[in-house]
Write a protein that binds this ligand. Structure first.
Ligand code: ATP
Ligand code: MG
Length: 654
């Protein structure tokens, strides 16, 4: 990094006030900021009372051994009881917890009473297999209700789960099983993906033969989803339905300490080797339940909530499983891809279930932009009232498209910044309070302390950029990296002692609102200026011909780094640019929006961009291309052929 603070080039003048009907009945008002500012720990103690504790905590935060936090340490609680039983006890047993929509079109709705029965039986089954509190269970599943049941059953008996995204390879699964030292794996024969059954069990079999894994796992519980033929090892492999159906329907939940481990989850690996992030019980559930209530303005009696993430990511853990269910929500769970069997599948689901709150990722929004405005226009989306975004910076133009074409130019859009490590949402507008700015996550939530620091660790003034940092501990913070306290200290707490280093660049605008500028590793140094990839990408996407853009800095003898952009054209690349006139126009457009310093040296139209399986652009591979080097590690990439296509487009490629 250079010494000059990150450039602050983009200016976004559009503002959107919260709609009167949301303001009138908002779950959280501006008072929450004041209350939390006056007494942060008192504020969180109050939020903890949303939960049902077996022993109410009297302590809030123990920060006597920083950065190893303990929250609500003398409280005792059962997470599954909070997510299921208490809603049934309160008379909501008939409320639908999950509307499951399978990719082939099969569907099934589970009430809270049914969920309670399934979770209880699964908890008994795990106990029968000898799983005890503290034992780790790996979960490698498609997006089906049994996945949620499995996670809750683990939580119920105090066995931390480690969910591994179902599309990860046998190798990725093996390293995660080994690192977490899992005793049992829960999987399925397969799931439906892009119109066909896609097997999962064979990857488990393969993973369990790897050195370091062989002999570790006692049992594999297999859910039957597709009915496809799968290999079977007698004694080790057991059918989920055979194991669970014969168990008693009632199970007495036992309370655990607030700091009992709830799960380990490996980060998505956008920047390097995944880290096993450890989350615990009471503080995690407190912040997840509160943020889900506040950011989505959830009314459990009437809302239908849908988060499109996979449960294999933290978004699925916190905002499909634990947050919505702790709050007694009715939610949609969809198994497949957004474009199977047609590009309007998501909007068909919104229409079918009357979805009111939708939470998705910029990558999906940009894909929908690319497919065309006419597709969502064919469906009735009038039930929607709040739209959320997470995972990457959302370009202002994508934000505007989302609000206009999905939200009828009426719904608030909440851009939520957080990480696997933070456990829950940290920076986000509130739908009934915030005057929204397209492309900005804006302000830390009540009870959260975030700021932007310069190289020396000083807070930057409004109007400047630097590094995003969290300045006070928060309830759902990671407790450590599993088995590696030193890496926890080095990665997050050594850059700015006493403060959490998020690894993201950010700026504060003149109003003090926070804008995320992408990974610190992705920031470019051009002629002595730090320029954020996000801002150049957003400038490109603000051109009507561009659907998506990825920008990297390539080593350049004159300017240190030269800006190199890879763009996807709206309507596909057959909308070609043979004479290069469009590229020239795009370069000028960026210069006009951001200033001449940010003008890309090269712009290359491509079909697709390299992305992680969680949908994030992998800029480091594009940097390898731009610098004409051998490509680095591609194991977390969705589709390696994308890189061949891009390389074939380069001038000089054979
Ligand atoms: P790894 O840490 O292994 O490189 P990862 O950071 O992609 O993987 P996650 O924890 O899933 O793994 O992602 C968190 C990151 O995603 C954040 O640090 C940030 O870079 C990005 N991000 C998430 N939400 C937003 C948002 N609303 N705006 C901007 N960036 C976001
Ligand atoms: Mg990260």
């Amino acid at each position: 990094m250079g010494n000059e603070s990150l450039a602050n080039l983009m200016t976004e003048e559009r503002r959107f006030a919260p709609p009167a009907e949301v303001v009138a009945d908002a779950n959280v008002t501006a008072d929450a900021y004041t209350a939390a500012a006056e007494d942060r720990l008192g504020f969180w103690a109050e939020q903890a009372r949303r939960l049902s504790w077996e022993t109410e905590p009297t302590e809030v935060l123990d920060w006597s051994n920083p950065p190893f936090a303990k929250w609500f340490a003398d409280g005792r609680i059962n997470v599954a009881y909070n997510c299921v039983d208490r809603h049934v006890e309160a008379g909501h047993g008939d409320r639908v917890a999950i509307h499951f929509e399978g990719e082939p079109g099969d569907s099934r709705s589970l009430t809270y009473a049914e969920l309670l029965r399934e979770v209880s039986q699964a908890a008994h089954a795990l106990t029968e297999l000898g799983v005890e509190a503290g034992d780790r269970v790996a979960i490698y599943m498609p997006m089906i209700p049994e996945t949620v049941v499995a996670m809750l059953a683990c939580a119920r008996i105090g066995a931390p789960h480690s969910v591994v995204f179902g599309a990860f390879s046998a190798d990725a699964l093996a390293t995660r099983i080994e690192d977490a030292d899992a005793k049992v794996v829960i999987t399925s024969d397969g799931g439906y993906r892009r119109g066909a059954p896609s097997a999962l069990k064979p990857a488990v079999d393969e993973a369990l033969t790897r050195p370091g894994v062989a002999g570790r796992v006692r049992n594999v519980l297999v859910v039957r989803r597709t009915g496809q033929d799968i290999p079977w090892q007698d004694g080790r492999d057991l059918w989920w339905h055979e194991m669970t159906e014969r168990q008693p329907a009632e199970h007495t939940p036992q309370a655990f300490d607030a700091e009992h481990p709830l799960f380990i989850l490996y980060t998505s690996g956008t920047t390097g080797k995944p880290k096993g992030i450890l989350h615990t019980t009471g503080g995690y559930l407190t912040q997840i339940a509160y943020t889900h209530h506040a950011v989505f303005d959830l009314k459990p009696e009437t809302d239908v909530y849908w988060c499109t993430a996979d449960v294999g990511w933290v978004t699925g853990h916190s905002y499909i499983v634990y947050g919505p269910l702790a709050n007694g929500a009715t939610e949609v769970l969809y198994e497949g891809t957004p474009n199977t069997p047609h590009n309007g599948r998501w909007w068909e689901i919104v229409q079918k279930y009357g979805v009111t709150l939708l939470y998705t990722a910029p990558t999906a929004i940009r894909a929908c932009m690319k497919w065309g405005d006419d597709i969502p226009a064919r469906f009735d989306l009038s039930s929607l009232r709040v739209l959320g975004s997470v995972g990457e910076p959302i370009n202002p133009e994508a934000w505007i498209w989302y609000r206009k074409h999905i939200g009828a130019d009426r719904t608030p859009v909440v851009d939520t910044w957080w990480q696997t490590e933070t456990g829950g949402i940290m920076i986000s507008p509130l739908p009934g309070v915030t005057l929204a700015k397209p492309g900005s996550a804006q302000v830390p939530l009540p009870g959260i302390s975030a700021t932007v620091l310069d190289d020396e660790g000083n807070e930057v003034p409004d109007g400047s950029g630097g590094y995003l940092a969290l300045t006070e501990p928060w309830p759902s913070m990671l407790r450590t990296i599993w088995g590696d306290d030193q890496r926890y200290l080095d990665t997050y707490w050594s850059r700015f002692p006493g403060r959490y280093f998020a690894g993201d660049g950010a700026k504060k605008d003149d109003d003090g609102d926070i804008w995320l500028l992408g990974r610190v590793d992705d920031v470019m140094l051009v002629s002595g200026h730090n320029i954020s990839t996000t801002e150049v990408e957003s400038a490109l996407v603000s051109h009507p011909r561009i659907a998506e853009a990825a920008v990297v800095g390539a080593t350049d003898p004159q300017t240190t780094q030269a800006i190199c952009a890879f763009v996807i054209l709206r309507g596909g690349s057959d909308a070609g640019d043979e004479d290069g006139a469009l590229v020239e126009e795009l370069r000028k457009h960026v210069a006009k929006v951001l200033g001449p310093i940010a003008k890309p040296q090269r712009i290359l139209p491509v079909e697709e961009l390299p992305k992680t399986r969680s949908g994030k652009i992998m800029r480091r591979l594009l940097r390898d291309v731009a610098e004409d080097r051998e490509l680095g590690d591609m194991t977390t990439l969705t589709d390696a052929t994308v890189m061949e296509l891009i390389q074939a487009k380069l001038p000089g490629a054979s």
